[in-house]
Design a protein around this ligand. Structure first.
Ligand SMILES: [Zn+2]
Length: 388
């Protein structure tokens, strides 16, 4: 049976001096037995998105019984500040409360490293390019973490230490959830073929562009490198025996929820993908038969609340909703009865408003509260979707 080691990584300090720590669980295989890509999995970078911790628990229960072909590192509670950021009974924790920055936009990549690297290694072997570039990414993050008189922001200190662990892996899974949400997967366009091994019905295909998120911090550098080599006349196909790096943001459902039974299923679904990638051996975990929908990021649209009010969310998740079919109805008690009191403008006296889209779409998630201001992100939907 495989056993893991556990370390406690310090990622910062509270005002009272108490250390902010995260647990790091590692399964390691002997170098001579290693045949698959190394994996890094983290959860709960956003404070309210807790289900990933339960999935890591279930993975830690299942992995000892798997045939391991590679190293796997698992980090629950990735952001100890975020997950204790409460207001009343709710967890906030999506943004640093001091700076307002999204905790998942503070990872590091400096695109200016690409061009000189390509110049230096244009004639190097594939293996040398891979090894040197992986080392360069690690050196970059080590340099950021090196003691400096200027220091780091709270969020950078957390993010960079997680990223240092992630750069040691070939596959990175960042476990998140939506607000009230269906399961969905953020997947780079080049790794679309892997999406059907996740047992997740909805996949968002994202283009190359680093915006500070963990998944992008892992795959964008390699993608930019591939493009820069191509511009210099040397073609690589990512994942075809070279630059075989994949990173995903896995959205596990709704925030503020732990369901250990669902988490067991989610863990097995992740093992299906890891088995496909050769991280674990055997054939126990097979992809499920399901209709898998995908859409490009540009077609993942936000429907903003056209008015303030109280929302009765009508549209379920995951299935196409026809044009004109109501997404939600919005209650406005402030104008209830006005028409009977002599005001006859139908729009300003209507207490119940049905809202809908003008095209077919698949609702993926909706706002967590029934109480919305005008302009709240009411729904996010797939448009121009297709099956994969
Ligand atoms: Zn998140």
């Amino acid at each position: 049976m495989n056993t893991f080691t556990k370390e406690v990584m310090s990622v910062g300090e509270m005002a009272c001096g108490t250390k902010l720590t995260v647990p790091v669980f590692s399964f390691k295989v002997a170098e001579e037995q290693k045949t698959g890509p190394d994996v890094y999995i983290q959860a709960n970078m956003h404070g309210a998105e807790v289900q990933g911790n339960a999935v890591i628990f279930q993975l830690l229960e299942l992995l000892p019984h798997c045939q391991l072909n590679a190293n796997i590192t698992l980090v629950p509670y990735a952001n100890p500040l975020g997950n204790s950021h409460k207001s009343g009974e709710y967890t906030l924790g999506r943004f640093d409360p001091i700076t307002g920055e999204n905790w998942n936009r503070m990872y590091h990549f400096d695109q200016s490293i690409i061009e000189p690297f390509v110049k230096q290694y244009i004639d190097a072997s594939d293996d040398e390019i891979e090894a040197k570039f992986a080392q360069l990414l690690t050196n970059e993050i080590e340099a950021k973490l090196a003691p400096s008189v200027w220091g780091l922001s709270t969020g950078q200190r957390i993010a960079y230490q997680l990223q240092r662990l992630a750069h040691k892996a070939d596959i990175v899974l960042d476990l998140h959830t939506g607000p009230i949400s269906s399961k969905h997967l953020y997947c780079s366009e080049y790794s679309q073929a892997s999406a059907k091994y996740f047992n997740i019905e909805h996949t968002l295909l994202i283009p190359n562009g680093f915006g500070g998120a963990m998944d992008e911090a892992i795959f964008c550098p390699w993608w930019y490198l591939q493009e820069a080599f191509a511009d210099s006349g040397r073609e690589f196909t990512m994942g075809q025996g070279i630059f075989d790096k994949e990173a995903y943001t896995v959205e596990l459902g709704s925030q503020e929820q732990i369901d250990l039974d669902v988490a067991k299923g989610d863990a097995k679904d992740l093992l299906t993908y890891l088995q496909y990638k050769g991280v674990i051996g055997g054939a126990e975990y097979q992809p499920k038969e399901m209709t898998r929908y995908a859409c490009h990021l540009k077609d993942y649209k936000t429907f903003y609340a056209p008015m303030g009010g109280m929302v009765d969310y009508l549209a379920g998740f995951g299935k196409p909703i026809a044009a004109g079919e109501p997404l939600a109805r919005i209650l406005r008690m402030d104008v209830y009865g006005d028409s009977r009191l002599g005001k006859d403008d139908e729009n300003t006296t209507k207490a119940l408003h049905y809202v809908s889209l003008e095209e077919v779409a698949i609702p993926i998630l909706h706002f967590a509260s029934a109480n919305v201001t005008q302009g709240s992100e009411l729904y996010k939907v797939f448009t121009n979707y297709f099956e994969i």
